[in-house]
Design a protein around this ligand. Sequence first.
Ligand SMILES: Nc1ncnc2c1ncn2[C@@H]1O[C@H](COP(=O)(O)OP(=O)(O)OP(=O)(O)O)[C@@H](O)[C@H]1O
Ligand SMILES: [Mg+2]
Length: 312
Amino acid sequence: MGKVVSIINWKGGVGKSTLTLHLSAGLRAYQGKKVLMIDLDPQCNLSFLAVGVSGYVEKVYDERIKTLKDLFDSYFNDTIYNREEIIHAELVNAEPGYVYNNLDMVLSHQELVLVDLQLARNRKAGKDHKEDTKNEIEKLSIIHNLLKDIKDEYDYILLDCPPNVNIVTQNAFYASDYFVIPAIPDFLSTTGISLIVDYMEKFNKSFKGMHDYAEIAEAYIETEFAGIIFNMVDEYGGSPKQTHLDTIITVKSQHPGMVFENYLTDGDGISAAASVNLPVYAVNSLPRSQPNATKQTDYLQSIVAEFSTKLR
Ligand SMILES: Nc1ncnc2c1ncn2[C@@H]1O[C@H](COP(=O)(O)OP(=O)(O)OP(=O)(O)O)[C@@H](O)[C@H]1O
Ligand SMILES: [Mg+2]
């Protein structure tokens, strides 16, 4: 059974999209896993990273291929969607040597912002409170319903969440078996971690309560905390510089066993790779920063290995 994993942090710019891309491409390239990645963020960063901005415009605006927005639209319009049209196989750069081969993707759309407002406003009136709750669950299960029939076709389904907790994001939690928190080891980036873990516990309780109350036959599966991955770590002499190390040690003591032993360093390889819509693993195809890309590839490979061990 494929594992659905939300990559979340309400703090912006900590590397959620970067890690979603590299975990997905890494699980595919180094572990031979079948992976689907889903971009839930109206900023479309993961989509842009994977297919390029011009590639995205061409495909979504000119060719009108479907995105996550079409999935939500089908909820409003009560229409049946064709999942092969939403889940794109071989959309991302699959040229030989580009390590992207066979990585499936659901693209995001900037109008997902509107979808969220629409979802918040849209209240299907039930005949009683129980039916209202059922309708609320239906609103939360739009992504879950897409995934439940195809989970078995994948080893991992990774969801890149936006830095907020709107209904689209709640759809991700509802659909997920696990959540992983990327963080930068500085004070402000780590203060929110406990809050996220608390909130996720509350979501689990609330979703489960709603299921029980509405007497939904399918059991609610709790979303389990799978760990914290530190990103943009600065090193000194082969280990994190002192201030970063101090923060990592503090977070480890607050969340015992939950901090990944492997982390990703801050470096130009990631941005060099992003500029040509490739993962950093495609070292030989990068225009610059190849030594750094090699180092980041090594570190990411260790993260990928640890990820697949932790989520076994
Ligand atoms: N290890 C790294 N080294 C250097 N730059 C990095 C690294 N990780 C991420 N970045 C850069 O930092 C910026 C933010 O990363 P990213 O978009 O992945 O964060 P995010 O958490 O998804 O942001 P948002 O909350 O806006 O969705 C990007 O420009 C990305 O290229
Ligand atoms: Mg992002």
